[in-house]
Design a protein around this ligand. Structure first.
Ligand SMILES: *Cc1c(COP(=O)(O)O)cnc(C)c1O
Length: 475
C-alpha cells in the first residue's frame, strides 16, 4: 500500500466506522455464529502474493463482522461495558499512526509528560488525595499484579526480587469471596500460592465481613504466618458491592498490611462527588486501580493505577541495563520501571482526547444518567411481583431474577432463570449476562454503554417482560 492508497482507504474506513456506529442497532448485539464457523472461512495457508485492500475489507465485512459481539450497541447490558467514544477512536488512530514506543521519557517525551499530566487530572477527577501517583497499565489484572508484587517487595526489603522465596515465611493475602478472579491469578503469578489467598466471607449485601477479616488475620498471625495484603473491592463484578474501606483501612493500619483497592469498573462513578462516600478512608489505601476502558468512554486498553509509595513501585520493577541509560534520569519518569512490560503503548493520548472532548461536566452527566436509569429500572423490578431484586443497586447494575418461590428446588429456579436470560438475549436487541449470588442464578442488567439512552432502558424492560411472560406460561 502506498501513501495515496492509504489516504483513499483511510477516508473509506472512517466512513465505514461512522456508519457502523450510527447504524449499530441494526446488528444483533450477540453474534449468532457457532464454534468453528469463522475459522472454516479462513484459508489454511497465508497468502503468497499481496492482496488488494478492497478484497481484505470485503472479507472483513463478510467473515469477521458476523462473529463480532457489538459491545458499542446501546442494548449492551452484559458483564461490564467496554466503552469507546468518537474522540477515543480518533486518538487511537493517531496512536497507531505515530506508533511510538513509549518505554522511557527519551523514547517520546510527550507521551511520558502527557501521561503524567492526565494521571494527575484523573486523580483529581475521582477525588484521590494528592499523595497518589498514577501510571497507565494495560488492564486491572496487571495493575493488581503490580500492586501485589510491590507489596511483596516492600515487606521483604526487596529480598524476593533478589534471592527468591526462601520458604521461611508464609505470606497471606485477603480478599472477599466476591472479589475478582484476577486477584487469585496475581497471587499465583507472584509466587505466593493460591492456597495463601484467604477468601473472606461477605455480609448480606455481598461486602467483605470486617469481623471475619480481622479474625482471619489474627488467626494467621497466631499460626506464625505473615499477613501481607488486603484487596478490597469497590464494585464487585457480581453485584457491584463495595467493601467497607474505612474499617478495612483501620485494620490494615493496625497490623501493618498493604491495602489495594480494585475499583476496576466502579472507579468511574467517583467522578461524581456524591459517590465519593465509597472511598471514605482512602487515606489508608496504598494503591487503587480503575479502568477508564470500562465505563469512561476510552476504548480498551487503559487501566489507571494509583500508588502511594511511588519509590517502592519503581524499586520493585526498575532495571537499568547500559543501553537504556540516559542523562535525564533524575528529572523525568521512565514508565518502563513502573510496571511489568518494557514496551508501552501511547495510551495517555486517548484519555486526553476523551477528558477534553467530554469535559468533566460531560462525563459526569453521562455517569449520573446511567446511575439514575439503573435506579429506575430497579424500581420497575421491585414493583413487579413476578420479579425480585437480588442485591442493592449501588451503582448502575441491577441484579434481579424471576421470583419462583413455588419452585421447591433452588436448581429449578436457577434453570428457569437461565432459560429466561437465553430468551431475552435471543431477541438480539439487548444482551444481559448473569452471576450467582448466594448460589442463586441472577440476571445482571448493566447500564453504562456510551450510546444508551433512556428509551433503550424502557425497550429492554419491555423485552424482559415479554420474555418473562412466555416463561411464566411455561412454569
Ligand atoms: C473487569 C474487572 C477486573 C479485570 O479487568 P481487566 O482490565 O480486564 O483485567 C478486575 N476487577 C474487577 C472488579 C473487574 O470488574
Amino acid at each position: 500500500m502506498n501513501a495515496d492508497q492509504f489516504r483513499k482507504y483511510g477516508h473509506e474506513l472512517v466512513d465505514w466506522m461512522a456508519s457502523y456506529l450510527k447504524n449499530i442497532e441494526n446488528f444483533s448485539v450477540k453474534s449468532e455464529v457457532s464454534p468453528g464457523q469463522i475459522i472454516a472461512q479462513l484459508p489454511e495457508l497465508p497468502p503468497e502474493k499481496a492482496e488488494d485492500f478492497g478484497e481484505i475489507m470485503d472479507d472483513f465485512e463478510k467473515i469477521i463482522v458476523p462473529g463480532i459481539m457489538h459491545w458499542q450497541h446501546p442494548g449492551f447490558h452484559a458483564y461490564f461495558t467496554a466503552n469507546n467514544s468518537y474522540p477515543s477512536i480518533l486518538a487511537e488512530m493517531l496512536t497507531a499512526a505515530l506508533s511510538a514506543q513509549c518505554m522511557s521519557w527519551q523514547t517520546s517525551p510527550s507521551a511520558t509528560e502527557l501521561e503524567e499530566r492526565v494521571m494527575q487530572w484523573l486523580a483529581q477527577m475521582i477525588g484521590l488525595p494528592d499523595f497518589f501517583t498514577g501510571v497507565i497499565q494495560d488492564t486491572a489484572s496487571t495493575s493488581t499484579l503490580v500492586s501485589v508484587l510491590t507489596a511483596r517487595e516492600l515487606a521483604t526489603d526487596y529480598r524476593i526480587n533478589a534471592h527468591g522465596f526462601d520458604g521461611k515465611e508464609c505470606f497471606k493475602i485477603y480478599c472477599s469471596v466476591e472479589a475478582h478472579s484476577s486477584i487469585e491469578r496475581a497471587v499465583k503469578i507472584a509466587g505466593f500460592g493460591s492456597e495463601n489467598l484467604h477468601k473472606i466471607e461477605v455480609n448480606n449485601v455481598f461486602a467483605m465481613s470486617i469481623d471475619s477479616l480481622e479474625q482471619a488475620i489474627v488467626q494467621d498471625l497466631t499460626a506464625g504466618m505473615k499477613p501481607l495484603m488486603v484487596i478490597a473491592a469497590i464494585g464487585t463484578t457480581g453485584s457491584t458491592a463495595a467493601d467497607p474501606l474505612e474499617e478495612i483501612g483501620k485494620i490494615c493500619k493496625k497490623y501493618n498490611i498493604w491495602l489495594h483497592v480494585d475499583a476496576a469498573w466502579a472507579g468511574t462513578a467517583l467522578l461524581l462527588p456524591e459517590m465519593r462516600y465509597l472511598i471514605k478512608g482512602i487515606e489508608n489505601v496504598d494503591s487503587l486501580v480503575f479502568n477508564p476502558h470500562k465505563w469512561m468512554f476510552t476504548n480498551f486498553d487503559c487501566s489507571a493505577y494509583f500508588v502511594k509509595n511511588k519509590s517502592a513501585l519503581i524499586r520493585t520493577f526498575e532495571i537499568l541495563p547500559e543501553y537504556l541509560k540516559t542523562n535525564e534520569i533524575e528529572k523525568i519518569n521512565n514508565y518502563r520501571d513502573w510496571g511489568i512490560q518494557l514496551g508501552r503503548r501511547f495510551r495517555a493520548l486517548k484519555l486526553w482526547f476523551v477528558i477534553r472532548s467530554f469535559g468533566i461536566e460531560g462525563l459526569r452527566e453521562k455517569i449520573r444518567n446511567h446511575i439514575s436509569w439503573a435506579k429506575i429500572f430497579a424500581e420497575w423490578v421491585e414493583k413487579d411481583e413476578r420479579f425480585e431484586l437480588m442485591a442493592p443497586t449501588n451503582l448502575a447494575v441491577v441484579c434481579f431474577r424471576l421470583k419462583l418461590s413455588d419452585l421447591a428446588y433452588i436448581e429449578d429456579a436457577n434453570r428457569k432463570n437461565a432459560e429466561l436470560l437465553e430468551k431475552i438475549n435471543h431477541s438480539g436487541k439487548v444482551f444481559l449476562s448473569h452471576t450467582k449470588l448466594d448460589g442463586k442464578y441472577t440476571l445482571r442488567f448493566v447500564v453504562g454503554q456510551t450510546n444508551t439512552e433512556f428509551r433503550h432502558i424502557q425497550n429492554a424492560w419491555q423485552i424482559i417482560l415479554e420474555s418473562a411472560l412466555q416463561m411464566i406460561w411455561l412454569v
